[in-house]
Design a protein around this ligand. Structure first.
Ligand code: CTP
Length: 421
């Protein structure tokens, strides 16, 4: 016998791919194909409405399994809604329409796919797809918030051209991106450390190919004396997620990072700094060469007027510390004669909308991502609201990498529009 073939070491995983009735249903076929290519077993279940967009026969031909549609089928003794999910590691609904999301949020089970979801004992992943008004409608946002609270994972949506001819948030993620998210969720391809550190998207999805991006991340540390200083609770996770998302999208990334406990992102040029003054210097040297600047760092607004090189000894009386304002790095970059496309962050503890809109105007930046500081700092997930010339766009609570990807897709779109003008 010749050389034996390398055996797949990944455990076999199975998903139920739930397809609901939206125009993005055609992408489900590609998603099924990509997952099968990765050795994942795919059982498709469709709503009646979905069968108007893509035929069960097409999905059967792709997956090699009859498609579940009718809850009254005699197959599985009428117990398909129970049996199918028992054999699955996850249910992935792509596309998930506003109507189906509403059903899930309320625990309705009037068709086979929703019954399957209600009766599941495995994780549920959703890829919403709908018109932007439907997405932004408070009812949909309530339903999404409920599903997240019920431990569903929401993948996307993203912003872009919509089937109705409008532009905006609500477009389903592309099949490649969904496949990557599902595989990461199922940990197919081994633990993250074993994979290529920053896998890029297929060429057609590298929306920032060759674009130079400068990112600041983490806190700054302003020395008071040899051992004490002023800093904040920023972990750097959001900034590092922005770096990873930018690399995936093909960008050339330079990261100016304050002190964090995170590993340097492979693939990016990292400049380590400590104080706001050092961060400012590092950014000043590189800003003119950047196409896009993303200020994620939680820069200390003040520094000690006279930091002591020695440890300050305690005395009996009051101690007053004089503070001087630090330069605003983002405002400086945005004010350059030929500024890169600037994206800012706003961490607010109250009056989020009011403060964020005012901050965007004051710093004269085209795009600002705002979140509530008490929910975001140090956390793995956050909710973002994007403020741009068109208004506000909500990115519902999700992990920081998913948020960074959505933010950069939006950034890439605005950046391209700006270059076309
Ligand atoms: N920023 C900056 N340089 C500073 C302060 C802030 O580049 N000295 C950037 C941050 O990286 C972020 C944005 O400005 O992108 C907003 O930061 P934030 O701390 O929310 O706001 P401030 O401008 O510091 O205002 P305030 O503290 O009053 O909310």
């Amino acid at each position: 016998m010749g050389q034996s073939q390398t055996k797949r070491t990944v455990p076999e995983k199975r998903i139920i791919l739930g397809v609901t009735g939206g125009i993005a249903a055609y992408k489900a076929a590609e998603l099924a194909r990509l997952l099968i290519q990765q050795g994942i077993g795919v059982q498709v279940a469709m709503t009646e409405a979905a069968t108007r967009f893509i035929t069960p026969l097409a999905m059967q031909a792709l997956t090699g399994h009859p498609v579940l549609v009718n809850q009254w089928d005699a197959a599985d003794n009428g117990m398909a809604h129970i049996g199918a999910s028992r054999a699955a590691d996850a249910i992935v609904i792509a596309p998930a329409t506003a109507d189906f999301i509403a059903k899930l949020a309320h625990g309705l089970a009037g068709d086979l796919l929703s019954a399957l979801c209600l009766a599941r004992d495995c994780p549920l992943l959703l890829a919403p797809a709908m018109n932007k008004q439907m997405w932004e409608n408070p009812a949909t946002q309530r339903n999404i918030a409920q599903l997240l609270a019920d431990s569903a994972t929401v993948l996307g949506p993203c912003s872009g051209a919509q089937a109705c001819g409008e532009e905006g948030m609500g477009r389903m993620l592309e099949a490649e991106e969904l496949a990557r998210e599902v595989m990461a969720f199922l940990q197919v391809g081994g633990p993250v450390g074993e994979r290529s550190p920053t896998p890029t998207l297929p060429p057609e999805r590298r929306e920032l190919n060759g674009v130079k991006i400068l990112v600041t991340a983490g806190p700054t540390y302003e020395a008071i004396d040899a051992v004490r200083g002023i800093t904040n609770r920023s972990s750097g996770k959001m900034g590092y997620a922005v770096v990873q998302a930018a690399l995936e999208m093909g960008a050339e990334v330079t990261l100016v990072s304050g002190p964090t406990a995170l590993d340097k992102p492979p693939g990016a040029r990292t400049v380590d700094v400590t104080s706001a003054a050092e961060m400012f210097e590092a950014v000043k040297q590189r800003a003119a060469d950047a196409d896009i600047f993303v200020g994620v760092a939680a820069v200390a607004d003040y520094r000690a007027a006279q930091p002591s090189t020695q440890k300050i000894k305690k005395g009996d009386g009051k101690l007053t510390l004089e503070l001087l304002p630090n330069p605003d790095i983002l405002a400086y970059v945005a004010g350059l004669p030929k500024p890169p496309f600037c994206v800012g962050f706003a961490a607010e503890s109250e009056k989020l909308h009011e403060h964020a809109a005012a901050k965007r105007a004051a710093k004269k930046i085209p795009l600002l991502a705002a979140n509530l500081a008490q929910q975001a700092i140090g956390a793995d997930e956050n909710e973002l609201i994007l403020f741009d010339d068109a208004g506000e766009h909500l990115l519902p609570r999700a992990d920081k990498l998913a948020q960074a990807r959505a933010l950069l897709r939006h950034t890439a779109k605005l950046y391209r529009q700006g270059n076309l003008r």
